[in-house]
Design a protein around this ligand. Structure first.
Ligand SMILES: C[S@@+](CC[C@H](N)C(=O)[O-])C[C@H]1O[C@@H](n2cnc3c(N)ncnc32)[C@H](O)[C@@H]1O
Length: 235
């Protein structure tokens, strides 16, 4: 059985930065060989370094930093083992499987649209293969769905987790709707743990307006963007 692998976020942007880095580096090398003015070579070399640096930041954020954030959020959910847990925008199952590992009789359900631009090799078979590789296939299920209209009944989950998902919804109305959907499917007494980029102050407001209490667990810079972890509780 192969090892679980959770993919790279925004793979097209990582590729674009690497390709641009190679192009600028080649231009700088060609400029040096053809004796073009030094400032042009310096600018090309600077742009190459910038592109390679941002590609490295993106890879580190996906492959290292996000895993640490995920571990902290799963701990914050304080699962006791018998819960029904939703991973909203589960991708290849990073948080879904981390939650499933805490369950005894419970179930972790992942829902996703499987957008290829958001995560490399993003598909439900990859998620299920990862769950099998991690030994938690019995505690995992995946569904195809949009988190702005979740295919679940009101109050059907004890806990919800969502990592680097909601910012992918282009409009503020869409992001607000997704947060109201998370609040809708959460049971009274349930917890929602969210990590995301950019719009998290607004997320906290929408969750409060939906009647949840919200705690900011951490502020950090991932992908060189302001980001926060939130923990919300439904009374
Ligand atoms: C950057 S990936 C993160 C995946 C996973 N949470 C992780 O941390 O590895 C964002 C995920 O959100 C999913 N997604 C984006 N918009 C969505 C929506 N409206 N409904 C469901 N899933 C969505 C994408 O398909 C993708 O799997």
């Amino acid at each position: 059985m192969t090892r679980a692998s959770y993919g790279i976020d925004a793979p097209g942007a990582v590729r674009a930065n690497i390709v641009l880095g190679v192009v600028f580096a080649a231009a700088a090398a060609a400029g040096a060989a053809w004796s073009v003015p030094a400032w042009i070579i310096t600018v090309a070399a600077f742009l190459a370094a910038l592109c390679f640096f941002y590609a490295a930041v993106m890879l580190w954020s996906s492959l290292v930093a996000k895993k640490r954030v995920c571990a902290r959020l799963v701990t914050a959910l304080a699962l006791s083992g018998n819960e029904r847990v939703l991973d909203a925008g589960c991708g290849r199952g990073l948080a879904l499987i981390a939650c499933a590992k805490k369950l005894t009789t419970g179930k972790a359900v992942g829902v996703d649209l499987w957008a290829a631009k958001d995560l490399s090799d993003n598909n439900p078979n990859a998620t299920l293969a990862n769950a099998a590789a991690e030994g938690v296939a019995d505690h995992v299920a995946v569904e195809t769905g949009d988190i702005t209209k979740l295919p679940f009944a009101d109050a059907s989950f004890d806990a919800i987790i969502s990592i680097t998902v909601i910012h992918n919804i282009p409009s503020r109305d869409g992001r607000d709707q997704a947060l109201r959907e998370l609040a809708r499917v959460l049971k009274p007494g349930g917890r929602v743990a969210i990590f995301d980029l950019l719009h998290t102050a607004r997320y906290a407001q929408v969750l409060r307006d939906a009647g949840l209490t919200v705690e900011i667990l951490s502020r950090e810079i991932l992908w060189l963007l302001p980001s926060r972890s939130l923990l919300a509780r439904k009374p």
